[in-house]
Design a binder for this molecule. Sequence first.
Ligand SMILES: [Zn+2]
Length: 112
Amino acid sequence: MSTPTTFVANKPQAGLLMDANEHVSMDCSHCGGTNLQSQTIRSAFWDNDRLVVIEDVPAIVCMNCHEQFYDDTTVVLLDLLRGDGFPPEKALREITVPVFSLRDKLKEKGTS
Ligand SMILES: [Zn+2]
């Protein structure tokens, strides 16, 4: 439960779970890159004005442009979660995120 998570969960000993960092033979539809790897990622989604984070998401990640691709099963599972409204009682835990604004900085720039 208290295992620290990094943005890309590519622990060397995680072979039980799935093959992390496995090279995938497909082209990136975003940049055309050919260096894609299957990884388990953490991703953030907006549900209206609510931000939710989903961990342990299997994805194909382009090493060139960092675009992420999900397979059909993952897309369906994400859609189901979204359809359920990301129920808080199913959340693993909650995190607090800092919120920034550019409003003041834009004002400074505009007046100087
Ligand atoms: Zn790419």
